[in-house]
Design a protein around this ligand. Structure first.
Ligand SMILES: Cc1cc2nc3c(=O)[nH]c(=O)nc-3n(C[C@H](O)[C@H](O)[C@H](O)COP(=O)(O)O)c2cc1C
Length: 409
């Protein structure tokens, strides 16, 4: 039986920007390899690059339109394609990197889709220079390279060898396999922004039992909390999820502690809080539980039954005042009215650092959906309304904010 192909970059988002050198033809092999590795790859090209290789090749390899024109009329919500690409990228690779584009980058120029995207991104950028040896050795190019290195750009190559122009010398672009190896290293979780951080997340519903066969619960599936866990693991964190009953699967690399009731969830959180950097309470924890839970199944008598409910302990409020309080504590507010004022009050009352508020009456928002439309409010007064987007993308945006609050950025 054939072995399944390993996909070390599964779901990772890479933008490959191509500038105008002969080595551009080799970038088809690089893009193809990254796609086979499971990455979501988007390609941007300078005008000169398109003289060396056609966008249609990259379009075929990535199954995505190729970004070539900053002035193209794009449908919403990608009206600013360079910003969309800059945000999409977890890593940008400029290959081949021409002397011209390196020079522009070193001086902050943004005059085409590639340079504008490179300037607009917060993601790491890998440069694979390729040019004639005299161009590479020119002190102006070397000064630009030194400036870029100092500014934190990553380089792969160039190598010494046979150049496109027929000469031999320094300036040959690293082979696609070598560029890929650096991409893998830069995207490995050990290099992620949350490397060395410990994260604890609650997710899913809880069940509060009336008797052995009946419980009070809610429609939460745990999708949002699990998306947060997956994203944190991809960013290098060591992640534990305390997970209420759900059929959703736990992402690879994430430790799951299965619980049933609010009480069990509280105990599981308390037992794991020491040494945690970030706590996110994404679970829909029951606010009330039946005062008594019958040991035997309650018989149907036809008469009305009165159930007395007791409040449960507020897990996140307890975490926020714990002596083991994590550096950042994030809560969720699922509301059906007065979203912003309710969420702001909750942020304040519970002593949270960030609250993620969603209006559960909106279609495509809240319980069980694959998308979410949220408002982020933090303790510094920053407010950010996000459009409706997949829960994984919401998770990315939440982690960007948490990283800011951790002082990572
Ligand atoms: C046949 C040919 C090959 C070229 N190869 C390179 C190259 O390998 N590296 C380079 O920096 N410029 C090379 N150039 C010059 C660039 O294409 C030129 O500087 C262009 O303005 C780069 O534009 P861009 O940086 O926006 O892509 C080459 C030009 C031609 C005509």
């Amino acid at each position: 039986m054939a072995e399944p192909c390993p996909t070390p970059l599964l779901g990772r988002r890479v933008v490959v920007a191509v500038s105008g050198g002969v080595a551009a033809y080799k970038i088809a092999a690089l893009v193809s390899r990254l796609v086979q590795d499971g990455a979501e790859v988007r390609v941007a090209m300078t005008e000169a690059a398109q003289r060396f290789i056609g966008p249609v090749t990259f379009r075929g390899l990535t199954n995505r339109p190729v970004a070539v024109d900053m002035w193209a009329d794009l449908p919403e919500p990608e009206a600013y394609e360079h910003i969309a690409l800059a945000r999409f990228a977890e890593l940008l690779v400029l290959a081949p990197a021409t002397a011209n584009t390196l020079a522009k980058l070193a001086h902050g120029l943004a005059d085409n889709l590639v340079t504008t995207t490179l300037l607009a991104t917060q993601a790491p950028i890998l440069l694979a220079p390729a040019m004639n040896a005299a161009m590479w050795e020119n002190p102006l190019t070397q000064a630009n390279v030194a400036r870029l290195r100092e500014a934190g750009f990553h380089f792969v190559g160039p190598e010494t060898g046979r150049l496109g122009c027929g000469e031999t010398g320094a300036g040959r672009m690293s082979e696609p396999e070598d560029i890929r190896a650096v991409v893998l290293a830069l995207l490995s979780p050990e290099n992620g922004p949350l490397a060395g951080r410990r994260v604890l997340i609650t997710a899913g519903p809880t069940r509060e039992w009336l008797d052995p066969v009946r419980f009070l619960s809610n429609p939460s599936t745990g999708k949002m909390g699990l998306a947060l866990a997956q994203e944190a693991a991809a960013r290098g964190a060591q992640v534990t999820v305390v997970l209420g009953p759900t059929t959703e699967s736990v992402p690879p690399g994430v430790e799951a502690v299965r619980v049933d009731t609010a009480k069990q969830m509280r105990q599981a959180v308390a037992a794991r809080l020491a040494g945690i950097d970030v706590f996110i309470g994404a679970a829909a924890v029951a606010d009330y539980r039946p005062e008594a839970s019958a040991e035997q199944k309650l018989k149907k008598t036809g008469a009305p039954v009165e159930v007395s409910l007791q409040p449960t302990v507020d897990i996140i409020a307890e975490v926020a005042v714990s002596p083991d309080r994590p550096t950042v504590v994030v809560g969720f507010a699922a509301e059906s009215q007065d979203l912003e004022s309710q969420a702001a009050a909750k942020l304040e009352r519970k002593g949270l650092d960030l609250i993620v508020a969603n209006d559960i009456t909106q279609p495509g928002s809240g319980f069980g959906t694959d998308t979410n439309e949220v408002l982020l409010l933090d303790h510094t007064g920053k407010r950010e309304q996000l459009a409706r987007m997949p829960k994984r993308t919401v998770a990315e945006r939440i982690w960007e904010r948490v990283e800011e609050l951790l002082g990572n950025r």
